[in-house]
Design a protein around this ligand. Structure first.
Ligand code: CP
Ligand code: NVA
Length: 298
């Protein structure tokens, strides 16, 4: 049992079968501790902050019998200008897998080209595949994936939205994106998903019959300079109780976290019974265990 790709850089590189295999493996490994990756090491390279990704990957390696190295780039020679190519080639001589969270998606692709071991995307400015896989796994558990409608609302030129679009397209899940025209998803993602995902700036149209309402921060890491403008532009798209009422009465609320309470979502919604954000965060661990197992087990 293997994935068809050596690396996990984008869900666009996976097949529907790959995703189903990840979910099946996650079920199999759920809350189990085993020695499948005994003596194996994962290098975790972080250029940006992280709570969930950092902890869930490290715990996943521990539960699989291996070890994870928490490497922040400020501690690496990369921070003094060592080329991505050299870092990738050297690190991959020591370890069995690399998980990297970088600003530039191009740098991650370069890392994968020069690494002799699997490289996993732990978020770039462009994509966040591990998040979207955990999210669809969560929806599968809560609602099933048949006849479910997921609505992503807010800043759609966003790594999480892009990977959700890839994942829904691959799994034939009905998804709509609701955003102002200025914050549309990247053209490349529209092409990858063959325009199969409805994009609208109308909140009532998007939310009609929604089973899942999903949002992410309006100011992603690295966009701090644009914060004021984005917060003003996106204000009408805040997920509040009034907006949740436009979805189905049993709709759930999702957010990859960290949330900026009072901006993209109100306390009332994120703390409500509809909110599944902590289950979603927990599922990062279960799904990433499956990813590590499938990519790193001999
Ligand atoms: N959702 C997510 O990736 O969280 P962290 O930034 O805390 O890793
Ligand atoms: N879009 C957010 C996701 C954080 C997990 C960011 O890139 O900051």
């Amino acid at each position: 049992m293997k994935l068809s790709a050596k690396h996990l850089i984008s869900i666009n590189d996976l097949t529907k079968k790959d995703i189903e295999l990840i979910f099946k493996t996650a079920d199999k490994l759920y809350r189990r501790k085993l020695s499948a990756l005994r003596q194996k090491t994962l290098a975790m390279i972080f250029e940006k902050s992280s709570t969930r990704t950092r902890i869930s990957f490290e715990v996943a390696m521990t539960q699989l019998g291996g070890h994870a190295l928490d490497l922040t780039t400020t501690k690496l020679q990369a921070s003094r200008g060592e080329a991505v190519k050299d870092t990738a080639a050297v690190v991959s001589r020591y370890v069995d897998g690399i998980m990297a969270r970088l600003y530039s998606h191009e740098h991650l692709l370069e890392m994968a080209r020069h690494s002799s071991v699997p490289v996993i995307n732990g978020l770039t400015d462009f994509l966040h595949p591990c998040q979207a896989l955990a999210d669809l796994y969560t929806i599968k558990k809560k609602k099933g994936l048949k006849n479910v409608k997921l609505v992503y609302i807010g800043d759609a030129n966003n790594n999480v939205c892009h990977s959700l679009m890839h994942c829904c397209h691959k799994l034939d899940v009905n998804m709509a994106v609701c955003c102002p025209k200025k914050y549309l998803p990247d053209e490349q993602i529209m092409k990858n998903t063959h325009n199969s995902i409805k994009i609208t700036d109308s909140i009532s149209e998007a939310l009609k019959d929604a089973d899942v309402v999903y949002t992410d921060t309006w100011v992603s890491m690295g966009q701090e300079k644009e914060a004021k403008k984005k917060i003003a532009d996106l204000k009408p798209y805040q997920v509040n109780s009034k907006l949740m009422h436009l979805a189905k009465s049993d709709a759930i609320f999702m957010h990859c976290l960290p949330a900026h309470r009072g901006q993209e979502v109100t306390d009332k919604v994120i703390d409500s019974e509809k909110s599944v954000v902590y289950d979603q965060a927990e599922n990062r661990l279960h799904v990433q265990k499956a990813i590590l197992y499938l990519l790193m087990k001999k």
